[in-house]
Design a protein around this ligand. Structure first.
Ligand SMILES: [Zn+2]
Length: 302
């Protein structure tokens, strides 16, 4: 396993990246962080972040994750019970409204890459009517076997219509190791973005590794690989809640993957930004800085 990511090609294409907040969650500490959390409050507000990408050559727009839908009562009952664990959440604008208020018609988003099908990432897919949905086979299969056939499933069976969904299987032989990642797939064929198998959180969880400059800068759109930045710095570890257990289906795999992200993000002279779906610190820093990095502004590349 190599820790280095591939060098840029000649005239390398890349993406500009903008954050969007599509809902705010109240995170209970006991569910997420253990270790040395004495300075961490019992609950904190964290955003449901999505990331809007614009291709440097074609101008194509890709959205990574879709936040929370406004009509959460339409979620399966098991997902609604999970919603209740968060105690409170706020949705002022969904992802489509954020895209529109930044000056882009949501119908112009051509691909919607979904890290996993939890309710705070899936949003309402019908809000991006012309986007091809991109998910892993694990996510697709969890949904197809879901609610109502399985009344306990938090995933709706009709979530992904086969007509508009591209299903990617990390084990079908077309994915290959890339730098520190075991399995990656070149999404557009030009080396500008790679779908990365990111195991641990839930079956089928994927990340998107995107180039953010022509000369070697990157971002990892990391979804729920880690729920707080302190898990990357090592200031906290993954919690196991006395009643609800661990938020990851496989804690060891989640820890191993966090180790990869940590090495990329915290290396001296790192040119890799790791963007977590629920990074409260990044969100608060942006809020204090006139929403730097939030659509229609863009995140500066390292
Ligand atoms: Zn999440």
């Amino acid at each position: 396993m190599s820790s280095t990511l591939p060098p840029p090609r000649e005239n390398q294409t890349f993406f500009t990246v903008s954050a969007l907040e599509a809902g705010i969650l109240s995170f209970p500490r006991d569910l997420f962080l253990a270790g040395t959390p004495s300075h961490i409050p019992e609950r904190w507000d964290a955003p449901a972040l999505c990331f809007l990408l614009r291709h440097s050559a074609t101008g194509e727009y890709i959205l990574f994750d879709n936040g929370i839908r406004k009509d959460v009562h339409r979620l399966p009952p098991a997902a609604q019970r999970r919603v209740d664990i968060f105690g409170s959440f706020v949705i002022v604008h969904d992802a489509a409204e954020r895209v529109a208020s930044g000056g882009l018609d949501p119908a112009r988003v051509s691909q919607l890459v979904i890290s996993h099908a939890h309710w705070d990432h899936i949003g309402d897919l019908s809000r991006f009517p012309h986007a091809r949905i991109v998910v892993s086979s694990g996510t697709y299969e969890l949904s197809r076997s879901g609610y109502p056939a399985d009344p306990k499933s938090p995933f709706a069976q009709d979530l992904f219509s086969p007509e508009r969904t591209r299903v990617l299987d990390p084990f079908d032989g077309t994915w290959a190791a890339l730098g520190p990642f075991d399995r990656a797939l070149d999404l557009l064929g030009d080396g500008s973005a790679y779908v990365v198998d990111a195991p641990g959180h839930v079956r089928g969880h994927i990340n998107l590794l995107v180039r953010t400059s022509a000369d070697g800068a990157w971002a990892v759109l990391a979804g729920d690989a880690a729920h707080d930045w302190q898990l990357l710095t090592g200031a906290a570890t993954i919690a196991v809640h006395p009643a609800h257990g661990c938020v990851h289906v496989d804690r060891e795999l989640a820890e191993a993957y966090i180790e990869i992200l940590r090495a990329l993000a915290l290396a001296p002279d790192s040119r890799v930004r790791v963007l977590l779906a629920h990074n409260a610190q990044m969100w608060e820093d942006a809020r204090a800085n006139d929403w730097e990095g939030f659509w229609p502004k863009t995140i500066t590349s390292l």
